[in-house]
Design a protein around this ligand. Structure first.
Ligand code: TXA
Ligand code: MG
Length: 343
């Protein structure tokens, strides 16, 4: 199969690209689309044959469920139940963060095929903020299932070129909507009733942070349990091993943890490229990539993370050494990705 990249950099080509993408979705095919987080591989969420093509192209195991993306907020009740005891919080979160990088886990309605949710009684839903994605969904008129557009276990792509690297020959079309503004996958939460406040369980940290969520409930980060995962992941989004580049990557807690093997070539993935952080002068690095040069802002580091790991992965190094970032805000999501990428 020939994989084409369709542009959206002026109104004429955008119109044509949107029409092609919608035609593919209507025809039960897959298409890679830009979102504000990472590129997604989309198919008609209500068509199991179309959804099966996502699993096939990604080589994704069927136990790993997909996120359903809605063209508008009102469609939430068509695909998911909103239990009365958490309805107020769900509505507040949707009104505050949609369209945007927040995914909610809710009981699914029967219209969503079991293939989408991997047989789970819940469905993960969000409304994406990217203008091209939004336009395509509005024309299409229904929900699409869309996981990140990478091969299973590999890095999530933050540009059309990175999708092409992974899925060339496996899908008909990649819609190029530019580099992703957030660079990290959506925050996934589950809401539980609680007194005096509802509980917001963060199953996957992401661009919507604890600070953003805490006015709506008590925020709890769910720790991964590898014993449970290796058997049958109850919440497969929490698989411990994920995002692995081909080059081994190791996240260090402190510069003291590094003892290089002579003769090996190491690249450093630095947070802000500052000598005072103790990593830059630690070794004669074969290459240094900086996530947030100068200022050290975690949001910027998040945007550049997957792109830089992807670049370093092409450099033929023996190992990529990653500096830790602050464990706050989007930094929590970055640390989560680096831990999952670590050997
Ligand atoms: O930002 C994003 O969320 C991107 C863009 C494309 O929207 N999508 C994305 O999808 O990251 P994916 O499939 O790569 O990650 C979704 C995660 C998966 O790890 C999956 O296991 C988990 O969400 N998930 C989906 N439905 C679930 C469910 N019903 N229960 C538990 N986990 C679920
Ligand atoms: Mg993914």
């Amino acid at each position: 199969m020939q994989t084409e990249i369709a542009l959206t950099d002026n109104e004429l080509n955008t119109r044509e690209t949107v029409n092609r993408a919608v035609a593919l979705l209507r025809g039960g095919d897959v298409v890679a689309l830009p979102t504000e987080t990472v590129y997604g591989l989309a198919a008609d969420a209500l068509n199991p044959t179309a959804v099966a093509k996502i699993f096939e192209a990604k080589e994704r195991p069927h136990f790993d469920p997909l996120i359903v993306h809605l063209p508008n907020k009102t469609m939430l009740r068509d695909v998911a139940e909103v239990p009365a005891e958490i309805a107020k919080t769900v509505i507040q979160l949707v009104e505050t963060f949609w369209p945007g990088p927040l995914t909610l886990l809710l009981p699914k309605k029967p219209v969503i095929p079991d293939l989408v949710t991997a047989g789970l009684p819940t469905v993960a839903v969000r409304q994406c903020e990217h203008p091209i994605f939004h336009r395509i969904l509005k024309h299409f008129g229904g929900p699409v299932a869309a996981p990140s557009a990478n091969r299973f276990g590999a890095l999530s792509p933050t540009s059309a070129a990175l999708v092409f690297d992974q899925l060339d020959g496996r899908i008909p079309l990649i819609v190029d909507g530019g580099a992703c503004a957030r660079g990290l996958e959506s925050t996934i939460v589950r809401i539980l009733p609680g007194t005096p406040k509802p509980i917001i369980e963060v199953l996957r940290p992401g661009p919507i942070t604890e600070d953003d969520l805490k006015k709506f409930g008590k925020v709890v980060f769910v720790k991964r349990n590898e014993a449970v995962e290796s058997a049958a992941p109850e919440a497969p989004g929490m698989l411990a091993k994920h995002y692995a580049p081909r080059t081994p990557l190791r996240l260090l807690e402190s510069p003291r943890d590094f003892s290089p093997d002579p003769g090996k070539r190491y690249a450093l993935l630095s947070y802000r490229g500052e000598e005072k952080d103790g990593f830059l002068d630690l070794h004669d690095w074969a290459e240094v990539a900086v996530m947030s040069p100068g200022s050290g802002r975690v949001a910027e580091a998040g945007i550049r993370l997957f792109h830089l790991i992807g670049q370093l992965d092409k450099g033929g190094f023996d190992e990529i050494i990653a500096e830790p970032v602050p464990d706050r805000g989007v930094g929590k999501a970055i640390l989560d990705k680096l831990r999952k990428a670590s050997v």
